[in-house]
Design a protein around this ligand. Structure first.
Ligand SMILES: [Zn+2]
Length: 273
């Protein structure tokens, strides 16, 4: 028997709603609710499940829906909250949402490309662009009062990066250094629940180190005579990295081959997302 969805509490005013492996976050204030991500792609009814979960906690309406980024899996279905909410996102969300033909995903009307914040009922939520590439729209959502931060997809405890990486490797490692050194948090929520629901500052450092070790493993494979992006390079990098990362989620030769491809193509100036 599997649990498909659930409501969890991270802090007195901060909750998560999971549907399968996606997690929406919401913060309850005295004047309404701030929601991050409607998670309505895999199940178009999931935003209504989120809405009902919110109603179990407070009668107040959702006043803001914040897009953590535009991944359709996290971002679709915000229409469920359009009766009461204003939509907020990085300005680079707009073209990405327009490219997704979905009438149930409102465009953000509050957009930004510099740090900004949302205030509601005396609660302040800070929003920081991640700037992982020139077209990037990922942001960090920071609830400083509760030492909770959310950065979707980029840091998942004990998990290798997704596919061909979600931005330029140098920008990702710089962002993770900033996150670790400068942002005050204990709990980092990734918007996914597998294998863990959240990470810590140590997980940020480990996620950052993966990119450096990936770079070293690629260079070692080159020194051993393996061509860039060849199956031999992936196999060699797997053996180099296995002692440290062998137990990590997504650490397979197929996934590592994608990580390598992404690492090389981002560094060659390609825009992969
Ligand atoms: Zn995701």
């Amino acid at each position: 028997m599997d649990s498909l969805g659930e409501l969890v509490q991270f802090a007195p005013d901060t909750y998560g709603v999971r549907w399968q492996r996606h997690l929406a976050l919401f913060i309850v204030t005295s004047e309404g609710v701030i929601l991050v991500d409607p998670i309505g792609q895999i199940n178009p009814k999931a935003p209504y499940f989120v809405k009902e979960a919110i109603a179990q906690v407070t009668p107040l309406p959702v006043k803001y829906v914040i897009y953590s980024h535009w991944g359709a899996d996290h971002g679709m279905g915000g229409d469920a909250f359009a009766d009461t909410a204003t939509f907020v996102g990085h300005v680079n969300c707009i073209e990405r949402i327009k490219a997704t033909p979905d009438p149930k995903s409102p465009l953000p009307t509050i957009t930004f490309n510099q740090p900004m914040h949302v205030d509601l009922g005396g609660t302040r939520i800070d929003l920081y662009p991640s700037n992982l590439s020139k077209d990037d729209e990922y942001i960090v959502i920071h609830h400083a009062d509760q030492k909770i931060a959310m950065l979707v997809d980029i840091v998942q405890a004990k998990s290798a990066p997704y596919r061909t990486l979600l931005g330029e490797p140098d920008k990702i490692t710089a962002h993770l250094k900033w996150l670790h050194d400068w942002l005050d948090f204990d709990t980092l929520i990734s918007g996914h629940t597998g294998p863990q629901w959240f990470g810590t500052k140590d997980d940020v450092l480990e996620a950052r180190q993966y990119y450096f070790d990936l770079s070293d493993a690629i260079e070692a494979a080159r020194q051993a005579g393996h061509a860039d992006r060849s199956p031999e390079m992936a196999a060699a990098a797997l053996e180099t990295m296995r002692p440290k990362y062998g137990a990590w989620s997504r650490f397979t030769v197929e996934a590592l081959a994608e990580n390598i491809e992404g690492f090389l193509r981002w560094n060659a100036g390609e825009q992969l997302r």
